[in-house]
Design a protein around this ligand. Structure first.
Ligand SMILES: [Zn+2]
Length: 286
């Protein structure tokens, strides 16, 4: 009985992720592009094909399945549909399931929907930040602000008991401390090595990880971001050298490589999979 309910919640979370992922796709194509997502008449018109502008029916908008059945092409004009749509939807579904796994709604002390909803909002916002940074190499301030607000809520509110809680000094310092290296990189380079938005994002990530797992998880996540970022950066550079003559991959040493995807990936490994290089170090501070 208990296992059945857990499974339903697990699948439900993945489906919720699919739907939100589909919404984030639509938002990413309309956000800051002058196309209004919400018009005065409510939802800003129906979704249309980007090329033929044909209104899309409900059948064309089923997450992932529509893409598979339409074989990645518009039903009306045959235009290729970006693989971003099904990819983001799948990632959002996996994130939804992971959040449910990390924050069980059914606990021994009763039904606890709030931690799930809180972390679901956090991870969906982070997914949007990654999508946006990959596309525009910038992090929208509205997203950084939302994440900072969520982090501050987590700092002072126990999501299980809904009681006010005062975090320890290391937890309070975690955000600014982890954002500092990124902030300094931006300061020294005038924002060319590292965008200002990255330190704003790391401020929230530092707090979120410090409260939920510990300061060491935050440090681990930041190290992972730099290491994975360095490996991917070098790989892109090598590829751009190899394919330079045929103009494949425009990455050079001066190319701005978005860093938010690496920060979020590091945080993902630390939060969901408890990757922690410094647990012994943090035990000293505890
Ligand atoms: Zn079309």
């Amino acid at each position: 009985m208990e296992i059945g309910a857990q499974t339903i919640l697990f699948v439900g979370s993945a489906l919720l992720g699919l739907i939100v992922g589909s919404f984030l796709n639509a938002l990413s194509f309309r956000f800051n592009t002058g196309q209004k997502f919400f018009s005065k008449r409510g939802m800003g018109g129906r979704s249309r094909c980007m090329r033929c502008a044909h209104e899309l029916s409900a059948l064309d908008l089923v997450p992932v399945l529509s893409y598979v059945f339409l074989r990645g092409k518009c039903r009306y004009c045959g235009a290729r549909i970006s693989w971003q749509y099904p990819l983001v939807e799948l990632v959002a579904a996996v994130l939804g399931a992971l959040v449910c796994w990390a924050n069980p709604v059914l606990t021994s002390s009763g039904v606890q929907p709030l931690p799930f909803l809180f972390w679901f909002s956090v991870w969906m916002t982070l997914l949007f930040v990654v999508m946006y940074d990959l596309k525009h190499t910038i992090i929208p301030w509205s997203c950084s602000g939302l994440l900072a607000a969520l982090a501050v809520v987590l700092l002072f509110l126990n999501l299980q008991t809904l009681h006010f809680s005062v975090p320890g000094p290391w937890t309070l310092l975690a955000g600014p401390l982890l954002a500092l290296p990124l902030f300094l990189l931006s300061l020294v380079s005038g924002g060319t090595w590292m965008g200002w938005g990255d330190s704003a994002l790391e401020l929230s990530l530092g707090w979120l990880l410090a409260v939920s797992i510990g300061l060491s998880a935050g440090v681990t996540a930041l190290c992972l971001a730099f290491w994975i970022g360095a490996v991917v950066g070098v790989m892109l550079l090598l590829l751009s050298h190899i394919f330079f003559r045929i103009g494949f991959f425009g990455y050079t040493i001066k190319s701005e490589i978005p860093f938010a995807p690496f920060l979020v990936l590091g945080a993902l490994l630390a939060y969901f999979f408890h990757v922690d290089f410094f647990s012994t170090l943090s035990a000293l501070f505890a």
